[in-house]
Structures are given as structure tokens and as C-alpha cells.
Write a protein that binds this ligand. Sequence first.
Ligand SMILES: Cc1ncc(COP(=O)(O)O)c(C=O)c1O
Length: 410
Amino acid sequence: MKLDYEWVRAQFPILGNDADDFSFFDNAGGTFPCVQSNRISEKFYNQYKMQPYGETQKQAEAGRLMDVGRAKMAELVGVEIADLTYGPSTTQNFNNLAHALTDHIVAGDEIIVTNQDHEANIGCWERLAQLKGAKLVFWQVDASGELQQDDLRQILSAKTKIVSFTHSSNIIGSINNINEIAALVADTCPQKPLLFADGVSYAPHNLPDIGKLNVDAYCFSTYKTFGTHMGIMYTSKRLTKLARAQCHFFNIGVENYSVFDAAGPDHAAIASLAGIADYYADFARYHGLNEAKNLNQTREFSCAIMHEAETALLDELLAFLGEKSNVTIYGKSASAGREANVAFTVEGITSQSIVEALGAKNIGAKYGHFYAYRLMQALGLDDGVVRLSYAHYLTQADNVKLLAALDKII
Ligand SMILES: Cc1ncc(COP(=O)(O)O)c(C=O)c1O
């Protein structure tokens, strides 16, 4: 089944006005919110924005809408409700997680991070290591910016307590196979280090069945998966047992409550999580899945169609850039094993001026380090890169416009 662009684009009100001919290629910075999520936010703010749960119909409904949001999100990604923690962002969630592990890490332990990651999944572990006298060990990228599993094998040791890495790079788009890495770590380290993955860059392209990933924590951000601005963190039962709770002590053990929930989140944003799940379900129904077992199945069905559509456009861009002798693409030169984030530089033209020239044609892009500062250092990129990142609502017409504009600039 092919993606129906007319239906899809009608679900994103920001795209509604095609008259301004705006094409947006900075989706890795944040996707547009879907109407299903927006409707719930609006309804919540207009009718139910009060301390939720209570004796009146309105208080009770506010609480019910939040419960529905949590339950639908958990079902969508294949985990239990209490396994998900909601925070303002992934950066904050990782930070809370590192804080929760201050008792678990002792002097002499080793924490492995990568220099392919966004700083959200490095800095918090560096601070924890410094605080506890532990050693921060980098799983370094190779000359092309890729992480090689053999290099990880070399640095795993009996002292390794944590391995934290990205599911896919927000710069080079390469996918790191979580379950292969988990198997490698488990085979090499009998002490079974904790395994954490940053899914922020991966999830918008292919929201995973988190329950099938062999990780202790998995983070992604809802403002990059068609919803409001929040971070979601999955945590395993094992992690929950050995970390220090971050919630109020009297909330430990409360049904459907994560011990990593350090503070009350935005009630409306929690309720509107249901809208993200509804979008995947509506998408699946519209594209032919009539009887879904659960939301997780609608996610899987929808992602396959979204991913195929995105990949076709990604391949066109990669082929176009590949033919330009003055362009360096960072990461794989074809779509296999990568997501639709493309970073490149052009000899003799600054990244800034390329993005400005695209902007003049009403094409939204960005340049810089995108908080993957250490990857930029490893690749020797002082000027940063131009990044073009897709979401499934981008069309062939957007791509034609982009390539025509790039052809004039490069
Ligand atoms: C790969 C990756 N990880 C983490 C983050 C941080 O997410 P947040 O903005 O929710 O803190 C980002 C944000 O761009 C990202 O791209």
C-alpha cells in the first residue's frame, strides 16, 4: 500500500496552506504536530485545565483523559504503562536517570558512551562519572562517523557498568542495531551492564516496538513524533529496582506510576499523547488495516508505509548529492542502514550560505553541530554540516523543489 499524501497532509494543519509553497527539511529538529494531538490539547486547555481527578465530572474527566494518554502511548510502543516516564525533554530524562544511578556507580566503574551521540546522552554520564570517580570510556566513531561493534568489544570490561549509545545518529543517520549490541554486551560482560539507547533521532522515522528492544532505558521525544513538546523514557524492571526513585516517596508502588517521574508533567500534554496513538491508528485504518489487534500493530503497519515513502525521497537526494564532485555526504551513500537525516558539506561553500540560499526559496533547513558536538570534532567539521531531514508528510514536489534549488547553489 502506498502512502496517500492528500490524506496524510490533511492531518497536519501547519501544511494546510500550500499557497505559501513552504518546504520543511528540518524535521529532525522537530516534526509538525498532528491534528489528533492538537485537538486533544485544545479540548484539554479549553475545558479541563485544572488539577485532575476529583469529585466533579470535570475534574474526573481531566484525570481520565490523562490516563487514556498514558495507556494509549504504552500500548502503541508495546510496553506497560508504569514503564514510561514523562519529562519535559529527553535531555532532562537522561539527566534524571543519571541522577537516579548515583548509588549504583562507584569509584573505578566504567561508563561507555559514544562520540556519535547528541550531547543529551553524553554529558549526564560524564557528570556522573566525575561525581563518583568512575571512568568515562568513549566508543569512538571510525573515520566515516560510524560506530563499529568490534570497537565496542575492545573497550567492554569487567568494570563496565553502563553502555549508552544512540539508536540512530541525528547527523549521519546511521542505525545502530540495538539487539545485536545488547547481545554483544551480554556475551562479553557477565556482570550485565545496564544498556541505554537514545531513540530521539530514530523514532520519527520508525517508531519502534520498545518492548522488543533489549535495553534498560530507551528515550524519545514527542515533539519529533508528531505530538507536543515532551520526552518519554522507557525503563526496564531491572533498572527500576536498582536505581534510586526520583518520585515522591509516597508515590513509589502506586499503580501505573513510574518511579522516575520526578515532577508533575503538563497535564494537557499527557492527555494529548492519545492523539499521537490515534494518528498511527487512523493512518493504518485509512491505508487498509481494518481490524488491528492493538495500537502496537497499527504502529507497525503505518511505520512500514511511512518509511517506504520517506526512503524513496531519501534515495533521490543521496543520488543527487552523490553525483556532485564538490559534496561530501557524511554517513552511508544509500538508504540501507540509515534514516532520512542527511548531513553534507560542500567544498568552497559554507554550510551557512547554503542554508541561507535554501531559505530564500522558502525551503527550511539548518546547519551547525546539532548538539552532536563531539561527532563534529571527530569528523573535523568546524563549519558544521548542512542537515536535511525528512518526515513522511514530505512529497515528491518538496523533493523536486529542494533538488532544483540545491542544483543552483552547489
Ligand atoms: C539524537 C538526539 N538525542 C537527544 C536529543 C535531545 O532531545 P530533547 O530536545 O527532547 O532534549 C535530540 C534533540 O535534537 C536528538 O536529536
